[in-house]
Design a binder for this molecule. Sequence first.
Ligand code: CA
Length: 731
Amino acid sequence: MIRIALAALTFVLSHAGLAETLLVGSQDEFEDAVDNLKPGDTIMLANGAWRDFEILFTGFGTAEQPITLTAETRGEVFITGQSNLRMAGKYLVVSGLIFRDGHTPTNTVISFRRTRGDPAYHSRVTETVIDRFNNPERHETDFWVMMYGRHNRFDHNHLVGKSNAGVTMAVRLDGEESRENHHRIDHNYFGPRPILGANGGETLRIGTSHHSRTDSFTVVENNYFDRCNGELEVISNKSGGNTFRGNLFFESRGTLTLRHGNGTVVENNVFLGNRADHTGGIRVINADQVVRNNYMHGLTGHRFGGALVVMNGVPNSPLNRYDPVVNAVIENNSIIDSDHVELGAGSDEERSATPTDSVFGSNLIFNEDGRNIVAVHDDVGGIEFRGNATNNVDEPALTEGFVNASLELVAADNRLLYPADGQFADVGASRELKVLDPESTGVSWYPKAGSGMRFDTGETIFIGAGEDAIFDAAAGAGAGDVIMLAPGGYLLTKTIVVDRPLTIRAAPGTASIEFERTALFEIADGGSLKLSGLTISGRAAPDVAGNSAIRTHRYSMLGNYALVVEDSTIQDLNTNHSFNFLSVARHTFADRIEIANSVFRNITGHVLSLAQETDDLGLYNGEYVSMVGSTFQNIEGAVADIYRGGTDESTFGPHFELRASSLDSVGKGSRNKSAASIRLLGVQATDIFDNVVADSRPVRVIHTVGDPVTRLGDNRLERTPEPIVREFGGQ
Ligand code: CA
């Protein structure tokens, strides 16, 4: 350990001795250093990887002389393996660390406490990175940051790629010492969080329903929420007296939800949805909430996930339900090119308490096409509407307190849109509103997430026909590469493990593939697969039950995958029973599965079997499934078997689409338990249009929870029963 006396600081250290900087190179040296810390001291971790390091950083600094734990060089100290950080004491600062290539053995990566009752106060974590530091088991819950104590700050950090269960960051109010905490969370980069497909994918939570009537007084400002798509709550506010201001929400599915607690202020935030699916704004519940001067653009979310949602409450609500909206001030917000504003949302027998003593004023709701986006679900007499403006709405839901005029919007200096007509100068968000500069968030020395890996972005690898030629090419392919098959026959004696995005392509009808193992492809973590123009036959597969053309990794997968099949023929998956085209394992998740212009015939199992989450906990195996322009012939199982059980309402999917396709003799196998050609249980959005279904079992759609939308039209049925759409438990 190297002790460097900082002579320059001696003038403030007459009692405590010299402040020192201690460069440590091992865990033992670190522990020795922590035992002897004085105010003003700095511990520097030497550059390199620190593996299996459970950092316990304790000490008592002062406001003038904090104690610091930092990196020898920012960006060159990596905390890896089974590691975490706990801090306890006063006036501690942590900076410059990178957590990656591992996960926490406990339930938290960075905890602002040593143990219950022993938190940090007046302490700060800054310029620290947590990058995909995930437990390998997708549904093993842990947390990246837990704030306890009081007067702590978490700023300029970079949190990206949490893909196992558990909120990314939470402020906890469990003990008396952690309430009314006045924490500050600012200038952080909350990078992409993929769809979890379950509850527990929130990015930030403040409080819990248990302590929800307690004030937290946490300020969340100038943070960048970039594609935080874990579940329907990007932020779940569950305590009182908090402030959310100046944040930027970019293409994030879900909302900032004022779930519990009173007296929170949400102002000067910018929500840019770019019309990505399920992008939302702010959901208002409870008393004394202020929602002011926010700008929402291109938000498509509906129901509880809309651009602006004011809920009905439950009279004398228990802690975990919905307190009524009382004394809300919702003013000067701009809602542009968005799809849903919901008032009295959730109105039902239980949620019967309508909003009272509230104001909805000077808001701008603008859609170019004049459609009404305001839905009124109950009596809104308890809301005073005044001075709002809308653009030529054909059939407005509300007229009092709204000027419905011909509006023209122009961009101001901040590049946001405002009414051109000076008469509306006081309507909508202020021209002074600042859009957060992403560069001011996170750290400058670690890259922010790009647009995500895509198919067909790499090299093209040309190969000729032959045994295991595709296997060999795949082993050497890079992410995004395309393997182009010359005409001929391709036999695979080994399963191809796909752990990066990969395309395999041939001119349609020219290349035929057979395989001798129980699966041709296995999609592993990081993998995605696109098949284009291939002919795949199961003829050479072993004579055992349960083969698959494609399967996922057998156990949990952290990475969501995509599977695309186009212009291909998949046939004779019938060497034995229950031969699926795609089999998935429990705790795996497809972001999207797209089948287009393809033929599937003579299959003894299912084409797509996405039905492994049978615990009825609201989990499922895929978000978007689309089948277009395809033919399914002589399939003993279902074309798609999708299962999402339970009553949890935290997710948007699954979604299913079947269009312009034909089914002939589908679903009639004795092992097809659902007795359906397509079985959709708990699917939230179903579109089945323009198909021909002959000699097949019926389509079965079972609604379980939420507000599922099922649309069927222009389907021709021949010797096939009508589709069965029913509520779960009903007949
Ligand atoms: Ca949730």
